[in-house]
Every structure is written in structure tokens, then in C-alpha cells.
Design a protein around this ligand. Structure first.
Ligand SMILES: [Zn+2]
Length: 429
């Protein structure tokens, strides 16, 4: 499995978006064509950002390259809104320097026009189901869902510039695949942007093609409510294009609805200030007295869509638009420089770094160390300042103090002179 750690600092810029997108470069051993995958330009279209998040985590490129930005409009993703600073996909012909999206749009434009990029896809969930003739308010030519959107048929004399042929191949591949319902069939929608669509002239794909970069939008339908289904279609579409471009890849899962569903439920891990880690998939909704700084905390996530929202009294941990856990802080200066502690795990002494997790079969014992005061959260002892030198088993903990809903993971916290040094998470198997 491929895990890319991405760092997010949560200090707000004066006039800009708070969160910058992450960039993931995935190069094969053998040189070849390069596809640029852009997700999350619209924050309320989760199919468009969870699909590239799975690409980053679970694909390996053998030949050719991918450049992946899964979370272009990250501030809007965490709010589950189309665009909290306005529609970002209408800012590519002109954007004021005072626009909060200015830095993001300028940066993504420079990546789009990079000479190494051969093709760009922009991922969306669109309204309704696109049909060439009017069938109903949901199935009609004005809908966007289940379609590959091109601005014109071809870009002459450019490799992969035959956008109509490329998308026709993608339609054939998708409609021959195992669609969850017959009405989920795909089609090509040409907006004839140059002559007919003033709005689309401000879009990302039109910016790309006017800079002679082949580009299209993949739109799954907002009317499909199951996230796994939309993500499956996004991945199938992307793979059809990879095959056409001769980009060779492997993935560590089978491309079925069940497998996509399983992977989407995995939120990965979060590390706080290098002193405390937590597995997020099974985390409790609210975690109290989490030691951290008042400001300048560093949250690191294994999931590309992981971030936090500062709500004042707590930090809301998010995976994309999904609220995962609330961290209620207890403030410390965090000047303690100690990095490790010794723990006897099932009879074997180990040196464990703060922020690490140890797995316990039966018992553990934090060895006595004058440097620390030890607090095992949820383990009650009387008349003791430090809970070290005690052999502890799972039944010694009050289960509601676990950090996970399965009630197997507990915190061993280490303090020095009233300052917090770090947490070792103990998980009973
Ligand atoms: Zn969209």
C-alpha cells in the first residue's frame, strides 16, 4: 500500500484560502505519457474527490506517470459546499488578485500547462443524467451526470487532441462494464464552448485546451446517492483513459463495489504534533482532554483528504466532507523533549516512541522512570501520582475512556514537570 503523508498547517492566510491542495506525483519505472487528475474543484461533489484519493492510496504506476490533486478546493470540500469563495470553475479566464482562490487557481494553472502533462481530467458529480433528447426533468440534454464533457471535438495537431474519439472509447468501456443500473449509462456531452457556451469559457478544461492541453470533465450523477457507486464509475472511467494512453498500473484491490466500499470506510491514521497517533476509522465521535498546544498544532494524515476545522472549543477532524471525530484540547506548552519510554509488553521490554501504537495480547507495564509521570487514561488508582510499575490488563480500564468505539485502544500519557511529553496508544488484541 502506498501512503502519502501530507502536512497541513491550519493558520489562516489574510486573503487566501486556508487549505492548499496536495500534489501527488506517481511515476512508473518506465517512462511514458502523463495524466493529470484533478479532484474536488466543487466541494459538494464527493465522487470527484474520493476517487482520486483512492488512486493516491491504492494504485502503483508501472509505465508513464500520474499527477494527482485530489482536493483542489479543499476549504469547500470540508464545508461540503460547491464553492465557499464562489464557483472556482468560473475563475480560469480571469481572476482578481484579491480573490481568495487566486493562489490556488494560479498554482493549478501552472501545473496544467507544465510541458510534461499530456492530458487533464477534472472530476465532478453533476446534476441529473445526460441524454441527447429530452426524456424528463432528470434525463435530458441539459443534465450533466454520467457524461464525459468536452469543449470541442478536437485540438488539431496535439497528441490525444481527438477528444471526441477518446471519450467515445471511454463510453464504450463504461457501458460494457457492470453498471449498478441500466440508466447509469454514460455518454459524451460536447458543450461547443468556443461558439455556444459563454459560461464554460471560464472553466478549467477550457483553459487547458486553449493552452493546447487535451482535457475533459468526468461527471458522475449527483442523483446517484451512493458514494461507492460514483467512485467506482470515476475509477472505471479513469482506467479506460489510462489504457488508451498506454499508462500501465496496478492497484492493490479488485475494482468492485464491495471493495470500493471497504476502502472508502478506511480513514487511515492521524498524528498530532508527533506525540499522539490515532486510527480514525473506528475513532469515538468525541475525544476529551487531548494534549496539544493552544496554537500551531501540526496534524498529519495518512488519508489525502484528512484535515481539521478549528471550532474554537474543539478541532473537528474531517476526511473530505465526512466529520470523523471531535478533539477537545487540554493545552500544554509541549517543550518536553523526551521522545521514548520503556514498556513491558506481554513480558517483553520495548522502547516505544511517543506517537506510536503498541499491541497487547494480555498485559503491559510502563517501567518506572524518574523522568516521567505516567497517566493511563481510564485506569483508576488511589494514592498514586504516577501509574508506572503496574501490570495492567484490559479489564483494568473503564471502557468508555477508550479512544475507539470497539473499546480496545487506550492512552498512556507521559508528563514531565506538568508539561506533556507524549502518548503511547495501547491496543488490546
Ligand atoms: Zn462540479
Amino acid at each position: 500500500m502506498r501512503i502519502v503523508l501530507t502536512l497541513f498547517l491550519t493558520h489562516a492566510l489574510l486573503f487566501g484560502a486556508i487549505r492548499h491542495f496536495s500534489i501527488h506525483e506517481m511515476d512508473g519505472k518506465e517512462a511514458g505519457n502523463k495524466l493529470f487528475i484533478i479532484g474536488g474543484i466543487h466541494g459538494d461533489e464527493p465522487g470527484g474527490y474520493f476517487a482520486p484519493a483512492l488512486v493516491v492510496q491504492h494504485y502503483t504506476i508501472k509505465k508513464g506517470s500520474l499527477l494527482v490533486v485530489p482536493n483542489l478546493n479543499f476549504d469547500s470540500i470540508v464545508q461540503n459546499r460547491r464553492g465557499i469563495y464562489g464557483d472556482m470553475n468560473r475563475k480560469f479566464d480571469h481572476i482578481d488578485q484579491s480573490d481568495p482562490d487566486f493562489e490556488l487557481v494560479t498554482h493549478i494553472k501552472s501545473l496544467i500547462t507544465d510541458p510534461s502533462v499530456d492530458f487533464i481530467i477534472n472530476l465532478h458529480d453533476g446534476r441529473g443524467f445526460y441524454r441527447t433528447t429530452w426524456e424528463s426533468a432528470i434525463f435530458n440534454p441539459r443534465a450533466w451526470g454520467q457524461a464525459y464533457i468536452i469543449d470541442q471535438k478536437t485540438i488539431d495537431d496535439v497528441k490525444f487532441g481527438n477528444l471526441d474519439e477518446v471519450t467515445t472509447l471511454m463510453v464504450e468501456a463504461l457501458n460494457q462494464s457492470n453498471l449498478a443500473a441500466n440508466h447509469h449509462q454514460f455518454d459524451v456531452k460536447n458543450t461547443y464552448t468556443k461558439d455556444k457556451d459563454e459560461q464554460m469559457r471560464m472553466s478549467l478544461t477550457y483553459y487547458a485546451i486553449t493552452h493546447l492541453k487535451p482535457a475533459l470533465a468526468i461527471e458522475t450523477s449527483k442523483n446517484i446517492t451512493e458514494l461507492d457507486t460514483k467512485v467506482l464509475y470515476q475509477l472505471l472511467s479513469m482506467e479506460a483513459l489510462l489504457n488508451h494512453m498506454g499508462i500501465e498500473f496496478e492497484r492493490d484491490f479488485e475494482l468492485t463495489l464491495e471493495e470500493v466500499d471497504r476502502l472508502l470506510a478506511n480513514y487511515g491514521t492521524m498524528n498530532l504534533n508527533n506525540r499522539f497517533s490515532i486510527s480514525l476509522s473506528d475513532a469515538r465521535n468525541a475525544l476529551h482532554f487531548i494534549p496539544m498546544r493552544k496554537e500551531g498544532n501540526v496534524f498529519e494524515f495518512s488519508h489525502p483528504l484528512g484535515t481539521t476545522i478549528d471550532r474554537g472549543s474543539y478541532h473537528q477532524v474531517m476526511i473530505g466532507n465526512i466529520p470523523v471525530a471531535k478533539l477537545y484540547p487540554q493545552y500544554f506548552s509541549l517543550t518536553c523533549n523526551a521522545k521514548t519510554a520503556k514498556i513491558e509488553v506481554d513480558g517483553h521490554v520495548q522502547t516505544v516512541s511517543f506517537g506510536e501504537t503498541v499491541h497487547i495480547k494480555n498485559t503491559f507495564n510502563v517501567l518506572k522512570d524518574e523522568a516521567f509521570r505516567v497517566n493511563l487514561i481510564g485506569f483508576v488508582t488511589k494514592d498514586r501520582d504516577s501509574q508506572d510499575g503496574i501490570t495492567v490488563q484490559k479489564s483494568d480500564f473503564i471502557s468508555r475512556f477508550s479512544i475507539d468505539r470497539s473499546e480496545t485502544a487506550f492512552r498512556a500519557e507521559f508528563y514531565d514537570n506538568g508539561d506533556f511529553c507524549g502518548t503511547i496508544t495501547v491496543v488490546f488484541e
